[in-house]
Design a protein. Structure first.
Length: 229
């Protein structure tokens, strides 16, 4: 009815164009999630430290990143950072400039969002447990490591996973700097086979299926955690 022709959809097209982009999108999601959580935890602890020389720069960084569109950060980093920066990664860096730029940008940007999730999770733990740790003679770092963070992480798992799903959707923005992600794979296949409309439609379906499936799993996990509580 819409004049769509899906005859170009076959395993050869998928293996040649889509799989490569899908792998990079997954890799970018995993690296950005892990790096964002680590960096975000540090930022959250800085904001909760009560020390002005730590709180102020962390607050400026988080609020600044959260106030700028991700695509702008991606473009700024890619266009403003000199090419000599990528040569520090060797010949590999020169060939994969867009991919390296995307990884660094996503880790730096997502850290601001994960920081707020971590901060909220830490603050959700009752003050009595913090005082109990202090009464036992624990230092601030021991209290966080042994008492607060383990409980906070359990409470934050559903929210962290939800943010990861959003992160996966945002990986399509690296298309703006030419990185070969899932969307780029479909776009390239559409141009080669002369079916760009069908290719973008298939890309939307794939993103929807993946994100909807993951969202359903997170919902089930959230229900189980609520029962445990």
């Amino acid at each position: 009815m819409l004049g769509l022709d899906m005859s170009f959809l076959n395993w050869e097209m998928i293996s040649q164009f889509v799989v490569k982009g899908f792998i990079f999108s997954i890799e970018l999601t995993i690296i950005a999630t892990i790096g964002g959580i680590i960096f975000g935890t540090i930022l959250a602890l800085m904001r909760l430290s009560g020390k002005k020389f730590l709180t102020v720069p962390a607050t400026i960084y988080v609020n600044g990143m959260r106030s700028v569109p991700l695509v702008m950060v991606i473009l700024w980093f890619f266009l403003l950072v000199p090419a000599s920066f990528y040569t520090t990664f060797g010949s590999w860096g020169a060939n994969y400039r867009a991919e390296i730029s995307a990884i660094i940008t996503f880790v730096a940007f997502e850290a601001a969002y994960f920081s707020e999730i971590m901060r909220a999770g830490i603050q959700s733990i009752s003050r009595g447990q913090v005082n109990a740790g202090r009464a036992l003679g624990m230092t601030y770092s021991q209290n966080m490591k042994l008492i607060i963070l383990p409980q906070a992480f359990r409470n934050m798992v559903p929210i962290l996973l939800t943010q990861t799903i959003i992160l996966f959707q945002d990986t399509s923005l690296v298309y703006a700097i030419g990185a070969y992600d899932l969307l780029k794979g479909f776009s390239t296949a559409g141009k080669i086979y002369g079916r760009p409309e069908e290719a973008y439609l298939l890309a939307a379906v794939v993103y929807f299926v993946i994100c909807f499936g993951l969202s359903y799993m997170v919902k089930r996990l959230n229900t189980r955690i609520a029962i445990i509580r």
